[in-house]
Design a protein around this ligand. Structure first.
Ligand code: HEC
Length: 139
């Protein structure tokens, strides 16, 4: 009985790890972490921080802010794939914090709530700082 259970567990683990590695191998990271910062993360977070200076004036401007928030949240996923992840612990937590903060910002932008968006901007900024404090050599 115990052997059967162990075999079952082993088979389960094997199929789980196969699924995980199949997923990883279909992904093909192109940009470096630095390029992700410059191409997506800096411009989209700037767009969110900008709201504190000037609230979006029309639907088009709100859509742009919503898209920036989505881009920022999804960038957290991009930071976790391939060898971009510097480790399997704190780096993953920092990337997940970016997804979380970006999602909060997206919801605030969807609701067109300027105050909530400014608060979400603070949360976003804290995730940038949190990761940089630990992983950026040149401060
Ligand atoms: C999960 C970790 C992580 C998060 C979250 C993160 N960064 Fe970074 N960031 C890095 C690393 C690592 C580098 C250095 C990349 C390199 O030089 O190879 C970097 C570099 C940068 C740089 C320097 C680029 C240059 O000129 O060389 C800026 C600016 C930057 N990040 C902005 C941000 C902002 C804004 C946010 C938040 C919206 C953010 N980062 C979130 C890890 C992170």
């Amino acid at each position: 009985m115990r052997t059967i259970l162990l075999l079952f567990l082993a088979a389960l683990l094997l199929s789980l790890s196969n699924t995980a590695s199949a997923q990883q191998s279909t992904l093909k990271p192109v940009a470096t972490v630095n390029q992700l910062m410059k191409a997506f993360i800096i411009p989209s977070s700037d767009a969110l921080f900008q709201v504190a200076m000037e609230a979006p004036q029309d639907d088009e401007a709100w859509t742009a802010v919503q898209n920036s928030a989505l881009m920022l949240a999804e960038s957290g996923n991009l930071l976790m794939i391939g060898d971009r992840a510097k480790d399997t612990g704190d780096w993953i937590k920092a990337a997940q914090a970016l997804i979380e903060a970006g999602t909060v910002a997206f919801k605030a932008a969807e609701a067109k709530n300027v105050d909530a968006l400014i608060e979400a901007g603070d949360q976003v900024y804290a995730t940038c700082e949190g990761c940089h404090q630990q992983y950026l050599d040149k401060q």
